[in-house]
Design a binder for this molecule. Structure first.
Ligand code: MG
Ligand code: MG
Length: 247
């Protein structure tokens, strides 16, 4: 994991700001009847406007600039012409590249009126992300981060996906190290100022095992239970964690 200089982190902040703007615009547009392809179009427009490029489009052949993952889809859903429906939940994951540096973040939101169980899953997953980020101080270890995520999710009665993990990020979207959403306190690589990680809990209401659909991308829960996904790109600094994917 390459540690980033303050100048590099400044550039990553710019990439992160574009990602955050995409999130805001899409959040405003999510409603029953909108297609995920329309949401992808919104993201493309923001990327163009900000002269940023997409790190998703063409990634191992991925055909869109965002991943849209409704209901039992955990991650990597491909935007299409199907309309979102009242009561769905959907994860929106996107990234941007500015001057060679990457940002990557995701959120999950309810479409129209969602039931309390679905909203609780969304909220707990977000809290799990926040708990993980809070561990990103110099001297802590990746196991501290993973444990905090896991304890938050499992403490609420959910499971965390183990087959997909967070990652280092910088001049590539996916860099070492892996950032698991589970772990043991005091174990794993030690964090230091300049480390930048994409932390991204994927939390399931049911079992944690996943399967990939025939399109080669779409990751679903094996039991059809709901899943939520939140992500930020975060730098470790001497003053604590700094979330780079914010407006
Ligand atoms: Mg992502
Ligand atoms: Mg990521």
């Amino acid at each position: 994991m390459g540690r980033r200089t303050p100048d590099e982190i400044r550039t990553m902040r710019r990439a992160g700001r574009v990602v955050a703007e995409i999130h805001e615009r899409i959040r405003d547009a999510v409603r029953p009847g909108v297609s995920t392809r329309q949401l992808d179009g919104i993201a493309r427009a923001v990327l163009d406007q900000r002269r940023a490029t997409s790190n998703f489009l063409g990634y191992h052949g991925f055909p869109a600039v965002i991943c849209t993952s409704p209901n039992d889809v955990v991650v990597h859903g491909i935007p299409d012409d199907r309309a979102l429906r009242d009561g769905d939940i959907v994860s929106i994951d996107c990234g941007a590249v500015v001057d060679g540096y990457h940002g990557d973040a995701a959120f999950t939101v309810g479409v129209g009126e969602v039931d309390r169980a679905a909203q609780r899953l969304i909220d707990v997953t977000r809290r799990a992300l926040e708990a993980g980020i809070a561990e990103m101080v110099p001297g802590n270890r990746l196991g501290d981060l993973g444990h905090a995520v896991q304890a938050t999710a499992e403490g609420a009665g959910y499971t965390v996906v183990r087959e997909y993990v967070g990652h280092g990020i910088g001049t590539a979207m996916h860099e070492p190290p892996d950032v698991p959403n589970y772990g043991r306190p005091g174990k794993g690589r030690k964090l230091g100022a300049g480390d930048v990680l994409a932390v991204e809990p994927m939390v399931c209401a049911g079992r944690e095992e996943t399967a990939v659909l025939d399109d080669g991308w779409t990751v679903v829960t094996i039991d059809g239970s709901l899943a939520a996904h939140w992500e930020h790109t975060v730098a470790v600094t001497d003053d604590g964690p700094e979330i780079l994917t914010l407006p």
